[in-house]
Design a protein around this ligand. Structure first.
Ligand code: ARG
Ligand code: ZN
Length: 847
């Protein structure tokens, strides 16, 4: 049942042209396909033709116009070689499908009356019989017939009339990039002219009434298009670029050629309905999908094992873009927070897998933080190792050499080798070996020379007991005791198990190690609180300045949990200084103020050999916050006033940073003023950022019931906003109440559990409440298992994704572990379990 990278073979045939006709109907859509097919010279000899197809009612099939009786099996159909002409031929099929009943949201489905598609990774086989694999690329012509005002597909519009439209996509593409949308939609339109003078009509299609919430997404799109021209020299290549917002969507968005389809929460935004984080995510995802036009579409993946080829690179590109648009320092800190929260967690548990996996049962289970985020980190390391110019040359070569191809990680690395002359054989291990390297650091100073010694340990992961040394670029800087930088950022290349680097130094320097988080590793080094405080005050590298503050807080919280320590004046003063330092960017100060997360703390304790107790982490973290609140209280009201933004709302990074710090301050103040300031801020808020921020501050202190009711009354008609209402009360519930609150909300009339956003906002929020989900009673595990079992037959992809909440069970005590395993066992024993959820549960159960 598993697919293996080692088994890859080119497809037996080539598809030279695809022509599809859709006659849309909710219960009985007809799809007629005319495929021009030829033998593939890469597979000499005569071969049967195997086409993928699932849940398709075959109405007719003909080869060169001759009807053929073929009986499909559960996963497709085979036309024997003997029934095929020797050279090229035309295959015609007609099938019937039922989009209305397609609750899995894969293939052609309906979302509140609108037809839409999601084909990546293997959804096209639910639309028509086809070789549904990314290395089969063909130009598509599509005709849509439906009595609906807007009919969209990939490429350029070529003809239309009452009730029909025809589209032609000249760029050969794999089936996973196919898309179709039909419905009663309105466009937010804008023109764009590319650098070489091609006019492109940009349209964002939404439901009537939502068109006034598209301006930010459109602005983000235009900036993305310009940026890709300026930074990567990549122009858009069609006459139109369409984006559609859909309410029922399993993931964030999809880069279908010329017709990106988005989860509506990553398109629609107005100051009243979207938070600053929403605006930032919209900008990043619009950019991400647009950037895929080159890194993903023009150059695609040979097979799904190469997923990181397009995803890692495209995430890296969208991170660069967001950094250029906003603040590189803040963006880097946020990206590392996410990497550690999701990818390190994955890499350290039973679901660990290489950035390029070697086998899978269900490919949808590999759209992971490892493939995406660690994949992006690898690109960042490559760029650091070969330099900005080397990177630019390599990317130019990649685009010229592989345009129009389905490529591999080997192709990608070869481009860097050819462009820079660097041997990347050892570097490649980052793609093939799972696990987060741990790097121990020792220092030595003899009066004249300062020596840094590094040793790397690459821990075992499921299926990979032993691994080789990685190439780890470690950016370091040295400061003297006055706080001046004596060695500016220098990249050391750790390639061996243990390696030393020497620097002349007349006084003992203070090292700043792994600046900018130059590699996705864990640094293990004994550092005194004084040294951390020194770096927090003086480091010139903004990431490490933040990291020093973070580490101080984590060390302290660990000692509070394990030894009953208390926050002392040193830590409180150090944080207060950063918070009040008007020379620092407010967004940076807000990040510095954020306490370490509970899950992060649990992981850190576990790595240090301590079994984490979620309830205790929660309580100690709360005590830490209260101490900080008391320390900061006298200054907070003035800070909150100073940060108020007069004038109209602007979603730009500067204003967002000020709001972030203001809301953090409101949160602290709530702990000492009983929520008076937050309740007032809630009522005065004229934007969703402050509305949500004030509400969260109130919920954190056990208040906010009145505000929750106000919120619901005001926003009950707005799905995306109501998702926040559901999630907030669960995320901020007391750990002893989180399961009951979640359970009650699943009985709320607006809990439309078949909608993935709503399911995530309730059950995802439960798993985001660390101490609530890992409650000693096991009730959190049981409730999530109940809902996954219920969701699985309806939407296996989302059920499988949400099951990762269980991946950390090995960290906790035996009683919790048993309860989590019992919940997993109950899921595993469910009759008819999907391949998606089945694979996840089996992997999490371990050997
Ligand atoms: N390629 C899309 C993106 O990165 C993700 C779509 C994945 N969808 C899925 N069902 N696996 O934006
Ligand atoms: Zn992507």
């Amino acid at each position: 049942r598993a697919v293996h990278l080692a088994d890859y073979q080119p497809f037996t045939h080539r598809v030279e042209q695809v022509a599809l006709t859709f006659r849309l109907h909710p219960q009985a859509t007809r799809v007629a396909a005319v495929l021009r097919i030829a033998p593939n010279p890469a597979r000499p000899g005569r071969h049967d033709l195997r086409l993928d197809g699932e849940n398709l009612k075959l109405l007719s099939l003909a080869v060169e116009g001759q009807a053929l009786a073929v009986v499909p099996d559960a996963t497709g159909l085979t036309i024997p070689a003997g029934a095929l002409p020797e050279g090229a031929f035309t295959l015609t099929t007609e099938v019937e499908i039922a989009p209305e009943g397609n609750t899995a949201l894969e293939g052609l489905y309906m979302s509140r009356g609108m037809y839409c598609t999601q084909c990546e990774a293997e959804g096209f086989r639910k639309i028509t019989f086809y070789p549904d694999r990314p290395d089969v690329m063909a130009p598509f012509r599509v005709r849509i017939e439906a009595d609906l005002p807007v009919l969209l597909s990939n490429g350029n519009p070529v003809a239309q009339g009452q009730g029909w439209a025809e589209w032609e996509d000249p760029w050969p593409k794999p089936a996973y990039l196919f898309a179709l949308v039909a419905g009663d939609l309105v466009a937010h339109a804008a023109p764009f002219r590319t650098a070489s003078g091609r006019d492109v009509a940009l349209n964002i299609w939404v439901r009537p009434g939502d068109q006034d919430r598209c301006a930010y997404a459109m602005d983000s799109l235009i900036r993305s298009m310009r940026w890709d021209e300026e930074v990567y020299g990549r122009e858009y290549d069609l006459d139109v670029f369409n984006i559609v917002a859909v309410d029922d969507f399993n993931m964030g968005a999809m880069e279908n050629k010329g017709l990106n389809i988005f989860n509506s929460k990553f398109v629609l935004a107005s100051p009243e309905t979207a938070t600053d984080d929403d605006f930032a995510r919209i900008e990043a995802i619009i950019a991400h999908e647009y950037f895929h036009n080159w890194t993903g579409n023009r150059i695609t993946c040979r097979d799904w094992f190469q997923l990181c080829l397009k995803e890692g690179l495209t995430v890296f590109r969208d991170q660069q873009f967001s950094g250029d648009m906003r603040s590189h320092a803040v963006k880097r800190i946020e990206d590392v927070l996410l990497l550690r929260a999701l990818q390190f967690r994955e890499d350290g548990g039973p679901l660990a897998h290489p950035v390029r996996p070697e086998s899978y049962v269900e490919i949808n289970n590999f759209y992971t933080a490892t493939v995406y985020e660690k994949g992006a980190e690898i690109i960042g390391m490559l760029k650091r190792l070969v330099g900005d110019e080397g990177y630019a040359r390599a990317l130019d070569l990649y685009f010229t050499r592989h345009d129009g191809q389905a490529a591999t990680i080997e192709d990608w690395l070869k481009v860097f080798e050819d462009a820079t002359g660097r041997d990347l054989a050892q570097f490649k291990r980052w793609y093939t070996e799972a696990g987060t390297p741990r790097v121990k650091v020792w220092e030595e100073w003899d009066g004249a020379t300062y020596t840094l010694t590094f040793a790397q340990v690459n821990p075992a992961t499921p299926g990979q007991p032993a691994k080789g040394e990685k190439v780890i670029p470690i950016a370091v800087g040295l400061l003297n005791p006055n706080g001046d930088e004596v060695l500016p950022t220098t990249v050391l290349e750790l390639t061996e198990a243990r390696q030393s680097f020497r620097f002349p130094a007349a006084t003992r320097p203070i090292p700043s190690i792994l600046r900018g988080f130059s590699a996705p590793v864990v640094i293990e080094r004994e550092v005194t609180p004084e040294e951390r405080a020194f770096l927090l005050a003086h480091d010139t590298d903004p990431f490490n300045k933040w990291e020093a503050g973070r580490a101080l807080a984590k060390d302290l919280l660990a000692r509070m949990v394990t030894e009953g320590a208390s926050p002392g004046p040193d830590w409180l003063d150090a944080v207060a200084r950063v918070v009040m330092d008007e020379a620092l960017d407010p967004a940076f100060r807000a990040l510095a103020l954020r306490l370490p997360g509970e899950d992060d703390m649990a992981a850190t304790l576990h790595a240090g050999g301590v079994t984490p107790d979620p309830a205790r982490i929660w309580a100690e973290r709360r005590r830490m916050g209260e101490a900080l609140a008391r320390r900061l209280a006298p200054q907070l009201p003035a800070l909150i006033d100073r940060l108020a933004e007069p004038g109209p709302f602007s979603p730009d990074a500067r204003a967002a940073g000020r709001r972030a710090l203001r809301i953090a301050a409101l949160g602290w103040l709530a702990r000492v003023d009983g929520g008076r300031a937050a309740a007032a801020a809630y009522r005065a808020a004229n934007n969703m950022t402050e509305e949500v921020g004030a509400l969260a501050a109130l919920l954190e202190i056990g208040a906010g019931q009145e505000e929750l009711a106000l919120f619901e009354a005001r926003w009950s008609k707005d799905r995306n906003v109501m998702d926040k209402w559901f999630a907030l009360q669960i995320l901020h519930a007391h750990p002893d109440r989180a399961v009951a609150v979640t359970d009650a909300l699943t009985r709320h009339p607006a809990f439309d559990w078949k909608n993935p956003n709503r399911f995530r906002s309730v059950l995802g929020a439960l798993s985001g409440n660390h101490a609530g989900f890992h409650h000693a009673s096991g009730a959190g595990y049981a409730l999530l298992a109940d809902w996954l079992i219920r969701l699985d037959p309806v939407n296996p992809q989302t059920a499988a994704r949400m099951s990762t909440a269980f991946e950390t069970w090995p960290r906790y005590d035996g009683a919790r572990g048993e309860k989590a395993l019992a919940a997993l066992g109950r899921i595993a024993a469910t009759p008819g379990l999907s391949r998606d959820l089945g694979e996840m549960v089996t992997r999490m159960q371990g050997e």
